[in-house]
Design a protein around this ligand. Structure first.
Ligand SMILES: *[C@@H]1O[C@H](CO)[C@@H](O)[C@H](O)[C@H]1NC(C)=O
Length: 142
């Protein structure tokens, strides 16, 4: 009797084990895309940037003052740890920033995520879904 119960439990658990052990592939599930909009909010300054995650590189972009670049992706569904980072440079400045951190951005950026790049760092509209603009510092590099 105990043996049968264990077997039944194992069979019931199998799909769970299978799903949980899948590699994280953000394109596996047809869930909604997130679009990241990055606007150069610096005056008279051309911004050069590229954004990446583990698997994708969105290429180098140059933005004049006021110009916007956008890219889309599908966030991970089961393990909510999609992460995209961008490199920004202008004049002699060079900075990194994590432009999409799923645990930080899944609320407020569930479809569209608007960022404004300033000298001091990026600012995000509707941070946490609360309609406020939140400014961040550049990521410290070692
Ligand atoms: C970016 O520039 C726009 C247009 O000048 C302005 O409305 C907005 O407040 C600026 N955003 C930030 C975070 O400075």
């Amino acid at each position: 009797m105990i043996t049968i119960n264990k077997f039944v439990l194992f069979v019931v658990m199998l799909p769970t084990i299978f799903v949980a052990s899948q590699p994280i592939d953000t394109n596996t599930f047809p869930f909604e895309k997130v679009t990241i909009y990055v606007t150069n909010n610096m005056t008279n300054t051309q911004l050069t940037m590229y954004c990446k995650d583990k698997h994708h590189n969105f290429g180098t972009q140059t933005l004049k003052s006021g110009e916007t670049y956008s890219f889309k992706f599908i966030p991970a569904y089961i393990f909510r740890r999609s992460l995209y980072f961008c490199h920004f440079s202008w004049n002699s400045e060079s900075h990194y920033f994590d432009i999409y951190v799923q645990t930080r951005d899944q609320h407020g950026c569930d479809k569209d995520c608007y960022w404004h790049i300033k000298e001091s760092g990026p600012c995000k509209d509707n941070a946490g879904g609360k309609g406020v603009t939140q400014c961040f510092h550049w990521k410290k590099t070692t």
